[in-house]
Design a protein. Structure first.
Lengths: 113, 455
């Protein structure tokens, strides 16, 4: 899964959102590390829709601007869940390793005489 | 300000196809405006404008467009070869220009088609693809100028005339082509490999010899034909995915019995021995059997015999594949056997017989047809498109590797030995069969793994 797809699915997993809301949610959720262009957003939304991960869920006009809402589908939720588990397993492995390393530093091996 | 901003975004959206704009245009303009408002912008930024242009163009790159571009590349690359085959090579300036345009425009179109495939597959960002397209156009134009400059310089030197600036500028054009080509290739590689920062140097290190290699490849007409066909076949495979084709029930392969395999292996081994005998006779027949005539005559007799023996190998291999219920192999086999018969007849005729060369040409065309027919089953699209693709692939195979058939007497024995080894060793057990065999074990990691791989 690409990083863009991951963040879009993450934003939509919380609920139905329109395009600009997805854009700002991705920025907020990623702590500002991912700033999507509008073009990239719509190309990714189209691809995810084609793959059956999300679907468009209505349109409305607010202040003369058209908005299209999107919602995550079950397959998208499953994919996101699997990716989140994979990332969590990686993070746990890294943290475990760091913790073991820190413990080893606290009790250094005796010098050989 | 809002109206002006909106019209700026609408103007940029014209880069997208009209059908796309109809469905998504207003929604996209709305989002662009909301975003610009939130960021306090009065209009699209330069990078945003380029992104819109690139994404708009990317939306226009449909499989059918790639098909047309790669098909054009194939036609362009076949033109110089056809001229060569027909003995119609024009040595005038016009001929030189036409050849160079065919060669380098064909190479550019092959590269653009390959890039478009990467773009469609999500391996390349539209912005990167657009930048690489600019680079590729400049690089291949400079490459064409370098080739033309070299030809002009060569002719001027040959005539003993004073060198013109154009004839002298080959190195400059070449350098420009390599630099721009390597830059474009770096962008593509960095995009595909998803690398950034200092590791872009790695992409550059690959791109420089890559650009030189592409230039050398473009100089070989047959190489370009193969490239065009590869892209064409990939596109054809991508766009064929009609549900009916995917859901078509495939016949279950039935492997040969051990006795059948050994019999076929014995036949191919006999063909290998006879083939080696034919080669030995072709090379030493005039010494071993002086009554056959001079070395040329002995060579022709040896090749004639070797070509006939190759038919045994081809038929045996086809029979082995047919037993696995692959009827698709039948038509290409018939075409290849027909090619071998035509070739052997050409060697049977006296050397200066008027039918000699036409028969060899026919054999080459039939080999091309065999290649096209071999790929036909995977090109399941509308009949007319499949026929067109089979024709294009056949022409390409004939023009690029088809001529190898004239030396079939020399390489068929090797093929026979390889085929007999494969037949004796027997087919590898398929993962499904392995899983079925292992699933009889009630527990165990291996059985579980095999069951998973079978799924």
């Amino acid at each position: 899964m690409t990083e863009t797809s991951f963040w879009i699915l993450t934003a939509l997993a919380a609920g139905r959102l329109h395009g600009y809301a997805v854009l700002s949610d991705v920025n907020r959720l990623s702590g500002g590390s991912v700033v999507l262009r509008v073009t990239t957003l719509y190309a990714s939304l189209e691809r995810l829709e084609r793959e059956g991960r999300i679907r468009s869920a209505g349109e409305e006009v607010v202040d003369g601007r058209a908005r299209r809402y999107y919602e995550i589908l079950e397959s998208g939720r499953v994919l996101l869940g699997a990716e989140a588990e994979r990332l969590a397993a990686r993070a746990a492995a890294a943290q475990g390793s760091i913790a073991r390393g820190a413990a080893a530093r606290l009790s250094p091996a005796p010098l050989w005489r | 300000m809002s109206a002006r901003r909106r019209s700026s975004f609408r103007r940029l959206l014209r880069w997208y196809p009209a059908r796309w704009r109809l469905t998504n245009g207003e929604v996209m303009v709305g989002t662009l405006e909301e975003n610009a408002e939130a960021l306090g912008r009065s209009g699209p930024t330069q990078s945003e404008a380029w992104s819109l242009r690139a994404h708009g163009l990317a939306e226009r790159v449909t499989p059918n467009v790639i098909l047309v571009v790669s098909g054009s590349a194939l036609l362009l690359s076949l033109a110089p070869l056809a001229a060569l085959w027909l003995g119609a090579v024009d040595e005038s300036v016009g001929g030189l220009v036409a050849r160079t345009v065919c060669q380098f425009l064909g190479a550019l179109l092959v590269c653009l088609s390959a890039g478009a495939l990467l773009l469609r597959g999500g391996g390349l960002r539209p912005e990167t693809a657009l930048a690489a397209t600019f680079g590729a156009v400049i690089a291949w134009t400079l490459g064409a100028l370098a080739a033309a400059s070299w030809s002009v310089g060569f002719n001027e030197a040959d005539d003993g005339a004073a060198r013109s600036w154009f004839g002298d500028a080959t190195g400059l054009f070449l350098l420009g082509a390599v630099v721009t080509g390597a830059t474009a290739l770096t962008a593509v590689l960095a995009g595909v490999m998803r690398i950034g920062s200092w590791r872009i140097l790695l992409a550059s290190a690959i791109a420089v010899p890559g650009a030189v290699g592409l230039g050398v490849w473009a100089a070989i007409p047959a190489g370009m034909v193969v490239g065009a066909v590869a892209v064409l076949a990939t596109v054809a495979l991508q766009i064929r995915a009609s549900p009916s084709a995917v859901e078509r029930v495939r016949p279950v392969p039935v492997p040969l019995t051990t006795v059948q395999r050994y019999r076929l292996a014995a036949v191919t081994l006999v063909a290998a021995v006879l083939g080696v005998g034919s080669v030995v006779f072709a090379l030493t027949g005039s010494v071993l059997l002086p009554s056959v005539g001079d070395s040329t005559q002995a060579m022709r007799v040896g090749i004639f015999a070797g070509t006939l023996v190759a038919i045994i190998t081809v038929v045996t291999v086809a029979f082995a594949l047919l037993s696995r219920r692959r009827p698709a192999i039948l038509a290409p086999t018939l075409a290849f056997v027909a090619a071998l018969i035509a070739l052997s007849v050409s060697y049977l005729l006296p050397m200066d017989h008027p039918l000699g060369w036409p028969l060899i040409s026919l054999a080459i065309v039939l080999v091309g047809l065999a290649g096209g027919l071999l790929l036909a089953p995977v090109l399941s699209r509308p009949g007319w498109l499949r026929a067109l693709l089979v024709t294009a692939i056949s022409l390409a195979v004939a023009a690029s590797v088809g001529f190898l058939v004239v030396s079939v007497a020399f390489w068929a024995p090797v093929l026979a030995v390889v085929a007999s080894i494969i037949l004796i060793r027997g087919p590898r057990q398929s993962p499904v069969a392995s899983a079925e065999a292992l699933s009889s074990t009630p527990t165990g990691l291996e059985a579980d793994w095999a069951r998973r791989s079978a799924q």
